[in-house]
Design a protein around this ligand. Structure first.
Ligand code: AHG
Ligand code: MN
Ligand code: MN
Length: 345
């Protein structure tokens, strides 16, 4: 058929006879199976009934749509048959215990990019696999991202794609519609250290702090300003779609804190969005920061807590951290040196 290795073979090769790795492999396969199902639902659109109907509000205050809940239910059903003790889901206020005593805990965003439901734009599922702690579900989801055993996301786009890390690089698989198997297309995703493409919701410009505005201003000034090169911008309204593009061709993504009510820590959630993305990005040679430190070092105090998220090309992430934390390096807006000129590299 083809020489692209199947996901199940790749996982079997990685796990070998190691029981802990086989537990992780079984859990990843369960999530890939759910991804296949959700992908089919998404692809059917209105033919599968109303998916965008509002059915409630989640614990984070986001509107819950029918497809959010259907995805949530599908994920729980699949993980009930995997070695998973607890699931922390965006769509449930508290962690759900499935198999007491099982070795793993899974944090999940069952459907990322819900604002794209019904308008034929990319969505996805994000997952983080952690050791289940004897102290129980709450404690299991308060581990830092450094404790993740595996992480990944599915993108339901033109391709149904699975990005996965088990701690030895980032691997990308694509669903082969001919036999419904995920096949390895990139065994070592690599994010270039520099970029000329940024991803941010520019409609929030007036809500950002001065340093963030200065950074974006300098990008927009292009080769007429301090950056001496032009930039492109992309915003898909779907974290997984942005992350997939950045794993494929590089770039930098920003969802910063802003001054809107409830956005003091941005919009994205640490445990089931930022941490898995950060693991995948660091494994691909990129960086992921909350603006003042690595995402993976942040200690969660709540399953649904938000965190500012900046990830991608490590040179760009470092520069953004400098703008945010060191006024002397803020483009040509530095108060001490006025317009850019002799004092700036
Ligand atoms: P979710 O649909 O799970 O709530 O995630 C949506 C997130 C993320 O996918 C995307 O980058 C961001 O929200 C878009 O936010 P804005 O609508 O504020 O641009
Ligand atoms: Mn999301
Ligand atoms: Mn979601």
């Amino acid at each position: 058929m083809t020489n692209f290795e199947e996901l199940s073979d790749w996982l079997r090769g990685w796990a070998g006879v190691d029981a802990s790795r086989r537990d992780i492999a079984d859990t990843v396969l369960a999530l890939a199976d759910v991804g296949r199902e959700i992908s089919a639902l998404v692809a059917a659109g209105p033919l599968a009934g109303d998916q965008s109907g509002i059915v409630g509000e989640n614990s984070d205050g986001d509107l819950q749509k029918l497809l959010d809940l259907a995805s949530h239910r599908d994920v729980l059903a699949a993980l009930a048959n995997a070695p998973v003790a607890h699931v922390g889901s965006e769509e449930a206020p508290e962690p759900v215990t499935l198999n007491s005593g099982a070795p793993l805990a899974v944090a999940v965003d069952p459907l990322d990019g819900s604002s794209n439901i019904g308008v034929n734009l990319p969505m996805g599922t994000i997952f983080s696999i952690l050791p289940a702690l004897a102290a129980g579900a709450e404690a299991s989801f308060r581990q830092t991202g450094r404790n993740q055993l595996a992480a990944g996301f599915l993108v339901y786009g033109p391709m149904t794609e699975l990005a996965l890390t088990v701690g030895s690089g980032t691997h990308v698989f694509v669903l082969d519609r001919r036999d419904e198997t995920f096949r390895l297309v990139n065994g070592a995703a690599s994010i270039p250290h520099a970029t000329d493409e940024f991803s941010i919701n520019a409609s929030n410009y007036r809500h950002w702090n001065e340093a963030l505005r200065a950074y974006i201003d300098d990008c927009l000034a292009g080769d007429e300003g301090v950056r001496t090169k032009n930039f492109n911008m992309r915003w898909y309204g779907s974290l997984v779609a942005e992350a997939s593009r950045i794993l494929t061709r590089g770039g930098v993504f920003l969802y910063p804190a802003d001054q809107r009510h409830g956005y003091g820590d941005g919009r994205l959630r640490l445990v089931y969005e930022a941490n898995p993305i950060a693991f995948l990005v660091e494994q691909a040679g990129g960086a992921a920061s909350c603006g003042s430190g690595a995402i993976l070092d942040q200690v969660p105090d709540d399953l649904h807590q938000r965190v500012p998220l900046i990830f991608g090309a490590w040179e760009e992430v470092e520069r953004i951290e400098r703008y945010l934390n060191d006024p002397h390096s803020m483009g040509d807006h530095a108060p001490l040196f006025g317009r850019r000129g002799l004092f700036r590299a």
